[in-house]
Design a protein around this ligand. Structure first.
Ligand code: NAP
Length: 484
């Protein structure tokens, strides 16, 4: 399959936090893969920027080591690596001081696209924006990329939006949610709006409910300090699960264009009802003797931060009134699995009789592992013996359907970084979306803080606390099994 790639002009991309974990694990490998795919125009520069005192060659050594660790061996050939390292520069800089800004200004070319990736702690986002401005690097064509978390509540997100807006227009700000860069997530839009089959059924008349699950097997690991101030609601629901919910539920935008798509997403968030106390369950993983409990991991025996949350959301609009959206995410669960399941209603009348059995159509959109989609279709069980119905999957695993080596099955960061260079904001969150998401999330967290309740403990390797299963049982539904 020939890949059609939209060409871009040469650019200067500065990565603040170029020596950090995210730059090593995600951003630099993504850039390397795009370089190797021939998508990076000659004359582009990638500038690492952090406080560490390194010269260009020392930083290149660091980048080489990171790529060796985080890029699959078959894609790491000497010629591509050497070519990529040629693009690399380094500036020692202090986001909160004066050091390095003059040098950066000299390196970043006025007549090229320039983008600045804020891969640093959120407390530095404001100071970086201010200094880019005061050092004359924030003209109308400059782009900034802002990592998560974008605030920890509505007030802090608003304050951050205001600070960034002092120096940059909204059209220059790229707020990353890497879930939006996933192939399957975009395919969700292709599925809905590129086919005539699904959209007529995509409403409360035909959809019984929708489940969104993002399950992880890992605990909080070394990020205990950070995570304990955040929790699953802030770390996952407010951003990633909310974005998935928006794409599943939104009305068709008039065009696949940033303003149109983000307007529709915003309408979904604003149509969400407040979550009732009985419609949300939070949990904390216990110890099973082999792995530490959440409380041990964060070294705070009193912590009430949730490592799991399950909730029922309602969207009050014509399309979705009466169709619940169940969202669930957690750590130390049975398997690493992210999926959206659209569970359709029963056929209105069974002509085959009770003994034939009945199955619901379920469309499953898998984000990981094995990105792809499966549609459960009811057919007759083959063979004699009358009409018995079984459920068979129409399966499309992208790596199989498109070829495992297909360069188009790209990592989310590859797509998103190149979208920044192209100036396409469709897959980035707009400031008002982020604020609306916090406005919905804040009362839930405030209620937990106020009522003094505690998360339910759950077994590591399980599907979360029993209370989460009960929440659906009450309504004669059940969660889909979490499995690899
Ligand atoms: P990290 O490993 O702690 O790296 C932080 C980077 O910031 C380092 O390069 C550090 O280098 C630099 N830095 C710190 N203080 C600085 C200053 N005053 N001036 C200039 N540079 C400074 O953090 P990370 O994990 O890469 O995370 C970076 C951002 O991405 C955070 O906002 C995080 O929430 C977000 N994020 C990370 C991940 C992930 O998987 N790691 C995932 C999603 C989002 P020096 O010490 O040399 O200055």
């Amino acid at each position: 399959m020939v890949s059609r790639v939209i060409p871009v002009d040469p650019f200067d991309l500065t990565i603040f936090g170029g020596t950090g974990d995210l730059a090593h694990r995600k951003i630099l490998p993504a850039l390397y893969r795009r370089f190797r795919a021939g998508q990076m125009p000659e004359g582009s520069r990638i500038i690492g920027a952090a406080r560490s005192d390194l010269n260009d060659d020392q930083y290149r050594d660091e980048v080489r080591a990171a790529l060796k660790e985080f890029v699959a061996a078959p894609k790491l050939d000497d010629a591509a690596l050497a070519g990529f390292l040629d693009l690399i520069r380094y500036v020692a800089i202090d986001a909160v001081g004066d050091n390095g800004w003059k040098e950066l200004k000299e390196l970043v070319r006025d007549d090229h696209i320039s983008a600045f990736y804020f891969s640093v702690a959120p407390a530095l986002f404001g100071p970086l924006a201010e200094r880019l401005h005061s050092h004359g690097m924030a003209d109308d064509t400059t782009r900034i990329v802002v990592e998560k978390p974008f605030g920890r509540d509505l007030a802090s997100a608003r304050a951050l939006n205001r600070t960034l807006a002092e120096h940059f227009h909204e059209t220059q700000i790229y707020r990353i949610d890497h879930y939006l860069g996933k192939e399957t997530v975009q395919n969700l839009m292709a599925l809905r709006f590129g086919n005539v089959l699904f959209e007529p059924l995509w409403n409360s008349q035909y959809v019984d409910h929708i489940q969104i699950t993002v399950a992880e097997t890992v605990g909080v690991g070394g990020r205990g300090g950070y995570y304990d101030r955040s929790g699953a609601m802030r770390d996952m629901v407010q951003n990633h699960l909310m974005q998935l919910l928006c794409l599943i539920a939104m009305e068709p935008p008039s065009q696949f264009e940033p303003g149109a798509v983000r307007d529709e997403k915003l309408k979904v968030i604003r149509s969400l009802d407040p979550v009732k106390p009985d419609d949300i369950v939070r949990g904390q993983y216990a110890s099973n003797g082999k792995t530490a409990s959440y409380l041990e991991d964060v070294e705070d025996p009193q912590s009430t931060t949730e490592s799991f949350v399950a909730l029922k959301a309602h969207i009050s609009n014509w399309r979705w009134a009466g169709t619940p959206f169940y969202l669930r995410t957690g750590k130390r669960l049975k398997a690493r699995q992210s999926e959206i399941a659209v569970v359709f209603k029963d056929a209105p009348h069974s002509i085959f009789g009770a003994e034939a059995g009945r199955h619901r159509n379920i469309l499953t959109i898998r984000l990981q592992p094995n990105e792809g989609m499966t549609l459960g279709v009811t057919i007759k069980e083959p063979g004699p013996g009358g009409m018995r119905l079984i459920d068979v999957p129409l399966d499309m695993t992208f790596a199989d359907a498109l070829g495992a080596e297909n360069e188009q099955v790209t990592d989310a960061y590859e797509r998103l970084v190149m979208d920044v260079i192209r100036g396409n904001q469709t897959l980035f969150m707009r400031g008002d979306e982020v604020e609306a998401a916090w406005a919905w999330t804040d009362p839930i967290i405030e209620r937990w803080d106020a009522d003094g309740s505690k998360p339910f403990p759950y077994e590591p390797g399980s599907s979360g606390p029993e209370e989460s299963a009960m929440m659906l049982h009450r309504e004669n539904r059940r969660w889909r099994e979490i499995r690899e």
